[in-house]
Design a protein around this ligand. Structure first.
Ligand code: FES
Ligand code: FES
Length: 202
């Protein structure tokens, strides 16, 4: 969690190459494109259709709208946080087509046709917490909680892609997520515990 890191190979949706979970040192080319588009003059609206937390969303948006803005400002899913807006902190991490991405580095239109899951969408249908959320709670993996949704979303993807996680894997895997409170020690313990719980469920 202390150095830059590339975590995933790029994913794609709707024919658009996406910078999936990236290290914190850069938002990547798509992040630059997203920020450049955000500064552009007002443009004609485009139609966007996607699923968010299993629900269909169909709306007209300006092409410059960022995915994180769509989630927070249009869909009111404010569990996805904005800590830096430049691809550095990981607070905005969500899942797109099953992989963790920093939603401040993507245009909403890059999620055309995609399945997007936010922190609000990971709890079991019957209620309660996702095992990774429960592990953060049990192992005191948070203080103010601002980074926690992004940490949890990234950690879930990490467990799915590396089922036999070591402590070193966790520290490396979360180096694109910054926490200003905890010193990371309990976050690592929580992710390892959450990984065990997720394996036990599967
Ligand atoms: S990485 Fe997106 S808000 Fe910081
Ligand atoms: S718990 Fe406060 S920023 Fe991580």
């Amino acid at each position: 969690m202390a150095s830059s890191r590339s975590t995933h190979t790029p994913a794609s949706a709707g024919g658009t190459t996406l910078p999936s979970r990236s290290g914190r040192s850069t938002g990547g080319e798509a992040g630059d494109a997203a920020r450049a588009a955000a500064q552009a003059p007002v443009m004609a609206c485009s139609h966007l259709s996607l699923n968010v937390n299993g629900m269909p969303v169909s709306t007209e948006i300006e092409p410059r709208l960022l995915l994180v803005q769509l989630l927070r400002e249009r869909l009111h899913l404010t569990g996805t946080h904005v800590g830096c807006d430049t691809g550095q902190c990981g607070a905005c991490t969500v899942h797109m087509n099953g992989r963790a991405v920093k939603s401040c580095t993507l245009l909403a239109l890059q999620a055309q046709g995609a399945e997007v899951t936010t922190i609000e969408g990971i709890a079991p249908a019957g209620g309660g917490l996702h095992p990774m959320q429960a592990a953060f709670h049990e192992h005191h993996g948070l203080q103010c909680g601002f980074c926690t949704p992004g940490m949890v979303m990234n950690a879930i993807d990490l467990v799915r892609t590396q089922p036999n996680l070591t402590e070193a894997d966790v520290r490396s895997g979360l180096d694109g997520n910054l926490c200003r409170c905890t010193g990371y020690h309990n976050i690592v313990k929580a992710v390892l515990a959450g990984a065990g719980a997720m394996k036990g469920q599967s």
